[in-house]
Design a protein around this ligand. Structure first.
Ligand SMILES: CC(C)(COP(=O)(O)OP(=O)(O)OC[C@H]1O[C@@H](n2cnc3c(N)ncnc32)[C@H](O)[C@@H]1OP(=O)(O)O)[C@@H](O)C(=O)NCCC(=O)NCCS
Length: 271
């Protein structure tokens, strides 16, 4: 099959193609995640001459300051022929932001290193039922009126304004909770688990309280990707299994913000 050498823009209508590509690479077919990312970012894809999507990536831009790159996938039948590199180069040329970050798998990291990205942190995913979830009694459900403060704190911690995204994230999330010291955390349902993120907190104790209270209302497995080793160890004590890790990589400057307060990213795809 020949491949059209010009990347095309992916829209919500390409959702089934994206899910088929994810399946080909053994990724979970997370329809809600792809839909959210395609609706809030710009997807780029390569197609073969039968019309099948054979490569994808999505760029999410934050106020012209920072762009997050995600969903970099090349169909296994077309691997190792330069498609991944061309896709990422195309996305970077269109990112229109001074700083670009991503979470890299072991397969993706060599490609990003060649393009100048450097690893600045490590994120480890934890998965499974949360043991002994009893409410901490220190957090509360967020109200719509909390949105401006959440957006402002998120901008301080992440280093770029993600206000536009947050409006939609409040709709995606099953729950958003507010911590006792101005922290907050959200949870949304994906395939086979309740995914937590972001968790923004003033201390590891506030982060634990937010996670506990989100877990208390959950059925089945929880999925939490943690930057901080102390939170990660505590998740294992609570019964979650440590899974794969990815590297936070950045190009063009520093990630910025006050990362010590970002315990869990919004999603791996969003930083
Ligand atoms: C990562 C992925 C997108 C790469 O796509 P690809 O089309 O096979 O990659 P390319 O052929 O464009 O190779 C990109 C570059 O990385 C290099 N590279 C790839 N794997 C490498 C490895 N294991 N060690 C060193 N270099 C490697 C290639 O040599 C190439 O360098 P060059 O352009 O200087 O020749 C693809 O393997 C994939 O979809 N993997 C599964 C999903 C995944 O993990 N995605 C990354 C998410 S962060």
């Amino acid at each position: 099959m020949d491949i059209d050498p010009t990347p095309r823009t992916l829209t919500h209508g390409h959702l089934p193609d994206c899910l088929a590509l994810a399946r080909d690479r053994g990724w979970a077919t997370e329809e809600r995640k792809w839909a959210f990312l395609l609706d809030n970012g710009t997807g780029y894809g390569f197609f073969d001459d039968s019309g099948a999507l054979v490569g994808s990536t999505i760029v999410t831009r934050y106020s012209g300051q920072h762009a997050a790159l995600s969903m970099v996938l090349v169909a296994s039948a077309h691997a190792g022929r330069g498609l991944g590199r061309r896709l990422v180069e195309h996305a970077l040329a269109n990112a229109d932001c001074p700083v670009v970050s991503l979470h890299a798998t072991a397969l993706g990291r060599p490609l990003y290193e060649k393009l100048g990205f450097r690893a600045v942190d490590r994120l480890v995913t934890h998965f499974g039922p949360f043991r002994d979830a009893a409410l901490s009694g220190t957090t509360r459900s967020a109200l719509h009126a909390d949105l401006p403060r959440v957006v402002a704190t998120d901008a301080e911690v992440f280093g770029a304004d993600r206000g536009v995204l947050w409006k939609d994230y409040f709709r995606l999330a099953d729950q958003v909770r507010i911590g006792p010291s101005g922290g907050f955390a959200a949870a949304w349902r994906t395939v086979g688990s309740l995914a937590l993120g972001p968790v923004v907190a003033d201390s590891v104790d506030e982060a634990k309280a937010l996670v506990t209270d989100l877990a208390a209302g959950a059925e089945g497995a929880l999925q939490v990707s943690a930057y901080h080793p102390e939170l990660a160890d505590w998740l294992v004590e609570r019964g979650l299994e440590r899974r794969s890790g990815v590297d936070l990589m950045v190009l063009g400057g520093d990630v910025g913000g006050d990362r010590t307060r970002l315990y869990v990213p919004m999603m791996q795809a969003l930083g």
